[in-house]
Design a protein around this ligand. Structure first.
Ligand code: ADP
Length: 194
């Protein structure tokens, strides 16, 4: 089972992915976490992407696709992957399909967390105060939302057309969202779906 957690920045994808990792034998592949790790360890890649990330723009498709492929190869026996923050553009989605197909796998489900923009802004303001992540400042966050609406939301028709998309209320509390995701994964999604 390979799952994409889909939604705007700060929708709660990372939180839910981590819960799924602890509850099921999934591997979380978060391109945001990978890029932040590259920055922390001071690699050439980390230096290259720092400014782009802090401004709220997307790093190049080529970079994130390479990071994902490396992880797919590193975990050939994984029971499933949770893609979190990837794909974010149409070329990334197409590359993911091709990379999985090459390995005899596919995207099985896409779960969209729906959260309105006012709530996102509120969450991120609190996170900025608590953690000080540079791209959580109001200006950069607005840019991330713009990038989501312009480059990432256009993936929804693709996954809807493939019959893979489920949509859930991401405004509910963490456990309720987790319950809705589990319902979908277990094939009894009626209660959580919209
Ligand atoms: P969030 O989901 O809270 O926006 P992420 O941790 O997923 O944050 O991403 C942080 C930043 O890392 C993005 O704004 C972007 O600069 C970069 N990034 C992460 N994933 C991708 C991706 N798939 N494509 C391009 N850039 C990415």
């Amino acid at each position: 089972m390979n799952l994409i957690l889909f939604g705007p920045p700060a929708a709660g994808k990372g939180t839910q992915a981590k819960k799924l990792v602890s509850e099921r034998a999934f591997i979380q592949l978060s391109t945001g976490d990978m890029l932040r790790a590259a920055r922390t360890s001071g690699t050439e890649l980390g230096k290259r992407v720092a400014g782009i990330m802090d401004s709220g723009s997307l790093v190049s498709d080529e970079i994130v696709i390479a990071l994902i492929e490396e992880q797919l190869d590193r975990n050939p026996k994984a029971a499933g992957f949770i893609f979190d923050g990837f794909p974010r553009t149409i070329p990334q989605a197409e590359a993911l399909d091709a990379s999985l197909a090459k390995r005899g796998k596919k995207v099985d489900a896409v779960i969209r967390l729906k959260v309105d923009e006012a709530a996102l802004l509120d969450r991120v303001t609190k996170r900025f105060e608590a953690e000080g992540r540079a791209d959580d400042n109001p200006e950069a966050f607005k840019k991330r939302l713009l990038a989501y609406n312009a480059q990432t939301a256009p993936l929804l028709p693709k996954y809807r057309g493939e019959g893979k998309l489920s949509e859930i209320d991401g405004m509910a509390n963490v456990d309720a969202v987790a319950g809705a995701i589990s319902g979908i994964l277990d094939g009894s999604a009626k209660a959580g779906k919209k």
